[in-house]
Design a binder for this molecule. Structure first.
Ligand code: PLP
Length: 385
């Protein structure tokens, strides 16, 4: 067969290195090496039992057919209630679109909104899909290291179409302080821009609760709230996410769903209703366990020569500065995997401003996290300046 010629846009799409590192780590394991996995951003807890049972019941009851492209009405209702309560706003089910995972709620709004040359302001270091999709669609990436009213104002131009916020944040674990969210809303209120507020970690925070920019006056009309079930309910493999957005965008996302997925799986949506309407004890227990791990892991990391790690305020990632080791991020991440048996991600997997950092996912047991720091410490003391 002749060489298959891909479209030119395929040269502008990136992959996610968490999956690549996982493959390399699995290869090492196949050769008999012991690897501690701190690379993948997936809660290590099982999906709560009552949610699994609701999914099983739905299968048995015949929820195995196409459903409405925007999602089952009962789930959209449950989401509208949950988002209204947790963000202190009032949104109706007509503003909700259910999609297969959080990621489509990044891709679809961007497809719906961006023309070539439109500028998108987004976090760097940040979730790699943002930058990848901006490039893919021929829009202009405008990276921002830290979101404040000042940095936002500096980045805004007449061509700015979309601003992506993510709090609690991947990979830093940072939560944007409420005062900064308020100040950013002041900057944006009168502007003709759209905000994609990625709140996939909305339930996983340890100090000040994250403030959704959508809850501030004049902002709901121009904001897409992205959230989902992957992290909060440990349902990464079920592929369930959603967006709450203005009606014009609901219509656009609906058309994109019709043309790409038809609908999100019906029985998983029944399980999602049970997740939102049922007991939340498992979520609380998971967040408490993440806090326990965070406290011990970050304290131990700060004892490693050349590592400086702020205390993450949300999500389940530690993002230490490792410049003091004298090594570049990618070289250190590779060496820790190959020499010390600890899989982590280079900060540069999250954009060029991630240089000087590593990301560790704390989605592994307390014991394994402590063993990992011992290995990292041993490696750094032997090999770094
Ligand atoms: N947004 C952020 C910031 C994430 O970290 C992730 C997953 O890692 C997602 C969105 C996508 O979540 P999902 O697995 O539901 O597509």
């Amino acid at each position: 067969m002749s060489l298959m010629k891909l479209s030119s846009r395929m040269a502008r799409i990136a992959t996610e290195s968490a999956f690549e590192v996982l493959v390399r780590a699995r290869e090492l394991e196949a050769r008999g090496r012991d690897v501690i996995h701190l690379e993948i951003g997936e809660p290590d807890f099982p999906t709560p039992r009552h949610i699994v049972e609701a999914g099983q019941r739905a299968l048995a009851d015949g929820w195995t057919k196409y459903g409405p492209p925007k999602g089952l009405p009962e789930l959209r209702e449950a989401i509208a209630d949950d988002v209204s309560r947790s963000r202190g706003i009032h949104v109706g089910a007509e503003h909700v679109c259910v999609v297969p995972g959080g990621k489509p709620m990044i891709f679809f709004p961007m497809l719906a909104l961006l023309d070539a040359g439109d500028e998108v302001i987004y976090p760097n270091p940040g979730f790699p899909t943002y930058e990848s999709m901006i490039d893919f669609l021929g829009a202009r990436p405008v990276p921002v290291r830290e979101f404040t009213a000042e940095s936002l104002e500096r980045a805004l131009t007449a061509r700015t179409k979309l601003i992506i916020l993510n709090s609690p944040q991947n990979p830093t674990g940072g939560v944007i302080p409420a005062a900064d969210v308020r100040a950013m809303a002041e900057v944006l209120r009168e502007r003709d821009v759209v905000v994609l507020s990625d709140e996939i970690y909305s339930h996983i925070w340890f100090g000040e609760p994250p403030l959704s920019i959508a809850s501030l006056p004049g902002m709901l009309e121009k904001t897409i709230i992205l959230d989902g079930f992957s992290k909060t309910y440990s349902m990464t493999g079920w592929r369930l996410g959603y967006g709450v957005m203005p009606l014009a965008l609901v219509d656009a996302v609906n058309k994109l769903m019709v043309n790409s997925n038809s609908c999100t799986a019906s029985f998983t949506q029944r399980a999602a209703i049970a997740a939102l309407r049922g007991p939340q004890d498992d979520v609380t227990a998971m967040v408490n366990e993440f806090r326990r791990r965070r406290d011990a892991f970050v304290e131990a990391l700060n004892g490693v020569p050349g590592f400086r790690c702020p205390l993450p305020e949300g999500a389940f990632y530690a993002f230490p500065n490792i410049e003091g080791t004298g090594m570049k991020s990618k070289a250190l991440a590779d060496a820790l995997l190959n020499e010390a048996g600890v899989a982590s991600l280079s900060g540069t997997a999250f954009g060029e401003y991630g240089e000087g950092h590593l990301r560790f996912s704390m989605a592994n047991s307390y014991e394994n996290l402590m063993r990992a720091v011992e290995r990292i410490d041993g490696f750094v003391r032997l090999h770094c300046r």
